[in-house]
Ligand binder design. Structure first.
Ligand SMILES: Cc1cc2nc3c(=O)[nH]c(=O)nc-3n(C[C@H](O)[C@H](O)[C@H](O)COP(=O)(O)OP(=O)(O)OC[C@H]3O[C@@H](n4cnc5c(N)ncnc54)[C@H](O)[C@@H]3O)c2cc1C
Length: 396
């Protein structure tokens, strides 16, 4: 054991730094990756423990931030296909102009999420879009170090715990490295998401060819929903608000996140990356915002001078906002979330029970209410529905 399993984020710094390669990341019963040590090959150098951010992350935090920004990509097309306002793509653009490298998370053909690198625009398209499961870091930290040592400009994006893992692995600051983390609600495992996708394919009787957790087309405006969209092998597209209930409600109810996410040491305004991005939920609701929010607005926190220099050169529209406004609708900026009372029951049954049935059993009454709300919303249209809700003083 390197650190207590409940604190292990699965960042993979231990596996990347092991001089004998005796540490591999293996899934547990819930599908989350944990380090496994081949004791016969271990030379007891203790480097894994010295590198583990769960055992010591203190030196990694930048000074707490007092400012934040709303930002969006000036390229409307890129903004539309990004999960939030497309800040990630603006930074990637800039780094490619400098012949740099971008690390990010992409689906493989089975919808597992893997960390990879790209050295041109075409490669970065696969990183775009939030994938709501933990990515496998693989050898990314080692690859990143090689590029840094060669003097290439590198942008590394990931969850805050992955950035902590990278920085502990690197051991020193590189002036040619820029790190970007995001406000992270927590991560499900590949096993959980794969089970959802397997039952999705059974329900729609066709294999999934492409999948998005955050569709902005099909009437799903950014400000109003996170909506799944799947393209199937039979040529059909599934992008229904009803479908979205199953994954999203149970994700936000904290049923199947990784153990450490319920007590995350990287939430809040003290960050480990140069830049922090997220969704600026609720923007313009109380304090006016002069721009349309339909295609997404990013939350942006600039944590270092390096981050500041980068943002100044990006093709972004940005406006300073208050942290109070951001925190109000994005509690990840303050704290992590407690596990759902249904978590154990979910993990006892998820392999053998249909995903839809299982999550419906946790929200029986609510599911019916949500279905009725969606029906009424579809009937009235988004604008009238929301106006009525505002008048009646009720939240989404
Ligand atoms: C698991 C998860 C939880 C999140 N929780 C919140 C939240 O609570 N509040 C909030 O405001 N925002 C949250 N986000 C962030 C948000 O969804 C957007 O990813 C972020 O705002 C970037 O938007 P964009 O338009 O700039 O980027 P996009 O162009 O959509 O790019 C997405 C970026 O995220 C990276 N990425 C995508 N999936 C993963 C993954 N699984 N692991 C590591 N990196 C990944 C990509 O490499 C890329 O850099 C979460 C994202 C994820 C993946």
């Amino acid at each position: 054991m390197i650190c207590e399993p409940k604190h292990c984020t699965g960042c993979g710094a231990c596996a990347n730094c092991c001089p004998t390669g005796c540490i591999t990341m293996q899934p547990d019963e819930k599908g989350f990756l944990y380090p496994q040590i081949d004791e016969t090959a271990c030379i007891q150098c203790n480097l894994c423990r010295k590198t583990c951010p769960a055992l010591a992350a203190d030196g990694l935090y930048h000074a707490p931030n007092e400012h934040c920004y709303a930002a969006f990509n000036q390229d409307e097309q890129i903004r539309k296909i990004s999960s939030s306002g497309g800040v990630f793509s603006a930074v990637a653009d800039l780094i490619f102009q400098q012949d740099g490298i971008v690390f990010g998370a992409a689906f493989d053909e089975h919808f597992k999420v893997l960390h990879r690198y790209a050295d041109r625009q075409t490669g970065v398209a696969a990183f775009r879009g939030s994938k709501y499961l933990q990515s496998e870091i693989g050898n990314s930290y080692q690859d990143c170090k090689q590029f840094l040592e060669q003097g290439r400009q590198v942008v590394f994006t990931g969850t805050p715990c992955q950035i902590a893992g990278l920085r502990k692995y690197l051991k020193k600051e590189y002036p040619n490295l820029l790190t970007i983390d995001f406000l992270c609600h927590g991560v499900p495992s590949y096993a959980v998401v794969r089970k959802y996708l397997d039952d999705f394919e059974k329900k729609y009787k066709s294999k999934i060819v492409s999948f998005s957790f955050r569709d902005k087309e099909h009437g799903h405006q950014w400000a109003h929903s996170c909506a799944v969209k799947a393209t199937l092998q039979n040529g059909k597209t599934v992008a229904s608000k009803y479908e979205t209930l199953y994954f999203w409600k149970s994700f936000l109810d904290n049923i199947y996140l990784r153990d450490c996410c319920y007590d995350c040491q990287y939430t809040g305004i003290r960050r480990v990356s140069d830049l922090t991005i997220g969704d600026f939920w609720g923007i313009g609701e109380e304090i006016p915002f002069a721009y349309s929010t339909a295609d997404g607005v990013s939350f942006l926190m600039i944590n270092t001078e390096r981050g500041q220099r980068c943002i100044e050169k990006c093709r972004l529209t940005i406006q300073q906002r208050t942290l109070e406004e951001a925190v109000k609708n994005n509690l990840t900026l303050q704290t992590s979330f407690p596990a759902s009372a249904n978590r154990e029951r979910f993990f006892q049954n998820y392999k053998t029970t249909n995903f839809y049935k299982l999550v419906t059993s946790f929200h029986k009454k609510d599911m019916m209410i949500w279905h009725i709300k969606i029906f009424v919303n579809n009937l009235l249209g988004d604008k009238i529905y929301r106006a009525l809700k505002k008048i009646s003083g009720r939240k989404l």
